[in-house]
Design a protein around this ligand. Structure first.
Ligand SMILES: NC(=O)c1ccc[n+]([C@@H]2O[C@H](COP(=O)([O-])OP(=O)(O)OC[C@H]3O[C@@H](n4cnc5c(N)ncnc54)[C@H](O)[C@@H]3O)[C@@H](O)[C@H]2O)c1
Length: 267
């Protein structure tokens, strides 16, 4: 796989999974746009990517704000003249029971994780269509798109909506040879996840007991699927959600051990 001359816009690429995806594209010679709300993270990411020998460009943007998204797209087109690939990755954390969930947190999570991909896709797809078609859009979803989770309200709902946005975009953009797919990670080892205020180590240990491949994922695990879906090898794949979760969604390990089996079948 080689992405020479191609321009990839990655939202939220200042940290975590987005930064991992940026590194993977740099290794394959793409030019990476770090479309990030946090200036410190964005500038640091560009330094890191350049130190790795790549070409990267930071544009500060809140993906939930349409004028800012339009300005970001304009800035990229002024610098590079083209956008070939969009990765909608920006996300915000929030864990509350629905009965305790503030309206502000609900609104913000949907704004960043659902309205954001709508706005970036809208303006970048317009550019892809205007230049004659072809392009790839990859949405970073979550297993929370297909699995309800306690305290996951606004997160699960935003990712569930992102699945349908992926399908509708695929239907509308297929005629222009623009592929739109989503990648659903399981639990990924990023600095934000190691924060005890976010997910306790007890939660992580219990979660890992349900993962057949017995480890958290890495940004690199997700990046490899994003690279594939962005490549010509995936030209006939669109409108799909791909689980990259160490096998989490294959079944419930805790109900299928030898003892559970004996309990269920009486031997
Ligand atoms: N880490 C996991 O275990 C995991 C699992 C499943 C899905 N995901 C998804 O992967 C994506 C990345 O998550 P992460 O764990 O790397 O998180 P992270 O917090 O490490 O990175 C998210 C980045 O998005 C940026 N961002 C937030 N709001 C933004 C906005 N309005 N506009 C532009 N940038 C914004 C943040 O500043 C940050 O740099 C998210 O969509 C998340 O839901 C993560």
């Amino acid at each position: 796989m080689d992405f020479s001359q191609q321009v990839v816009v990655i939202t939220g690429a200042g940290n975590g999974i987005g930064l991992g995806i940026a590194h993977a594209f740099i290794e394959k010679n793409a030019r990476v746009v770090v479309a990030e709300i946090n200036a410190n993270s964005g500038n640091r990411a560009v330094q890191e990517l350049e130190a790795a020998g790549g070409e990267a460009f930071f544009v500060q943007v809140d993906v939930a704000d349409e004028p800012q998204v339009e300005r970001m797209v304009q800035a990229v087109l002024e610098k590079y003249g083209r956008i070939d690939i969009l990765v909608n990755n920006a996300g915000v954390v929030g864990h509350h029971l629905i009965t305790e969930l503030d309206r502000e947190e609900w609104d913000r999570q949907l704004a960043v994780q659902l309205t954001g991909p709508f706005l970036t896709s809208k303006h970048i797809a317009r550019h892809m269509i205007a230049r004659g078609g072809q392009g790839k859009i990859v949405n970073i979803s979550s297993v929370s798109a297909v699995m309800g989770r306690v305290k996951g309200g606004s997160h699960c709902v935003s990712k569930g909506g992102l699945t349908m946005l992926t399908k509708v975009l695929a239907m509308e953009l297929g005629q222009y040879q623009i592929n739109v797919n989503a990648v659903a990670p399981g639990l990924i080892d990023v600095p934000a996840q190691r924060n005890e205020d976010n997910l306790s180590s007890e939660y992580q240990n219990r979660y890992l007991k349900e993962v057949p491949l017995e480890r958290m994922g890495t940004p690199e695990d997700i990046a490899q699927m994003v690279l594939f879906l962005s490549s010509p090898e995936a030209n006939w794949i669109t409108g799909q959600l791909f689980l990259v979760d160490g096998g989490l969604m294959a079944g419930h390990l805790s109900f299928q051990g030898v003892h559970d089996f004996a309990m269920l079948y009486g031997h």
